[in-house]
Design a protein around this ligand. Structure first.
Ligand code: NAP
Length: 347
């Protein structure tokens, strides 16, 4: 059996990686349609040795599509996804538009695939950092019941999409010749940041997305807290998140410290994590073996390591996880959801 598949936001980083993964997993595509803004309409993208013309999203009709992976901004998704569902497609939306809606499952298949049993046509994928964090915490929550979690994430520039990647790479190139400026001895001469609140090269800032008036929490941090509770079916779980943008192109890293209801030792935790699909435990710190974003880039597994006791949390444990924000944090997870919903078996 094969399916008519659409990708909305096909020219973005999510779209690009989704196309790669559909091909690599030999997803049974009968017809492929690609959508982006009017700026890209008429251009072509190559997939499986054929060229596909991009259609303007806002002028498109979606009849006949079985599945659409939607990877645009939340505001575009809010207006267009209901039209896709009305035309009969199942939509897996990667934006934040519907994630917390009560009728919309928010799913990482290894964790809460059971939530896919009921949906109204829209299924949401989690925020990229939440996806990495929840992969590491969910098996421990299942075994030892997490009570409270403190999360610090070190988020790659590609979390800000194609334009964010471009700005970071251009700023890095411009900064390379300015070692005195980078040391604070001279004025740095870099293009003004547009995608980020500060210079992105050789820098980091505890500021991903926006701080809304009256809140000391960024929207990115709020998402991590609420989405983690929803996916773990743990509405009372206490989560405190800090999100930091770091000068890494791809791969989000999260440091998690949690207190559990049941006692848990690092070796018990390692065993549970090793047995969980989609995780790879790298935990020999003396040998320099632990998760890094570069090692996590381009692979499907989330890497977990630095597993140790936190003595001042009740049954406390901490760990570090790195995952590809464009794969498990995004397009791969969407395609795994699609496979489960459409009953496609992976070889
Ligand atoms: N990047 C990540 O790590 C990540 C992870 C998880 C979830 N997400 C979410 O996934 C979504 C896509 O993110 P991304 O990083 O792939 O973004 P991106 O690289 O900036 O791509 C955005 C896409 O949206 C299209 N678009 C922009 N304005 C449009 C308009 N007015 N009408 C129709 N299409 C329009 C763009 O088309 P043009 O090329 O024609 O402008 C492009 O295809 C966002 O909601 C993001 O929050 C991202």
């Amino acid at each position: 059996m094969s399916f008519n598949v659409g990708i909305s936001g096909a020219t973005g980083v999510t779209g690009e990686v989704a196309l790669r993964i559909l091909e690599a997993r030999n997803f049974p595509v009968r017809q492929l349609r690609l959508f982006a803004s009017k700026r890209s309409a008429g251009q072509t993208l190559r997939w499986r040795e054929s060229d596909y013309q991009i259609e303007a999203l806002e002028e498109a009709a979606f009849d006949g599509l079985d599945l659409i992976i939607s990877a645009t901004s939340a505001s575009i998704a809010r207006s267009i996804v209901p039209k896709m569902v009305a035309a009969g497609a199942i939509v897996i939306d990667q934006s934040s538009a519907f994630r917390l809606d009560s009728g919309v499952p928010l799913v990482v298949p290894e964790i809460n695939g059971v939530d896919l049993q009921s949906h109204n046509g829209i299924i949401a994928g989690p925020n990229c950092t939440t996806a990495v964090a929840v992969m590491a915490i969910a098996p421990l929550h299942e075994a030892f019941e997490a009570q409270n979690i403190v999360s610090s994430s070190y988020q790659a520039m590609s979390g800000k999409g194609r334009e964010g990647m471009k700005e970071f790479l251009a700023a890095s190139q411009a900064a390379l010749g300015q070692s005195e400026g980078l040391r604070g001895h001279e004025t740095l001469n870099l293009p003004d940041p547009v995608q980020f609140p500060h210079y992105s090269a050789f820098n980091l800032f505890p500021h991903c997305e926006q701080f809304e008036t009256g809140s000391d929490m960024s929207t990115e941090e709020a998402k991590m807290e609420a989405e983690m509770r929803k996916m773990l079916h743990a509405p009372n779980l206490m989560v405190h998140a800090t999100a930091v943008r770091v000068p890494v192109l791809v791969g989000h890293t999260v440091s998690l410290s949690a207190g559990f209801k049941q006692p848990v030792s690092p070796s018990q935790a390692r065993q549970v994590l090793q047995a969980f699909p989609g995780l790879s435990v790298l935990d020999e710190p003396q040998a320099g073996i632990y998760p890094t974003p570069l090692a996590a880039s381009g692979i499907d597994e989330v890497l977990v390591g630095r597993i140790r006791t936190v003595p001042f949390f009740k049954n406390g444990l901490s760990l570090v996880a790195s995952g590809d924000n464009l794969r498990k944090g995004n397009a791969l997870n969407a395609i795994q959801v699609a496979e489960q919903v459409l009953g496609i078996k992976q070889n």
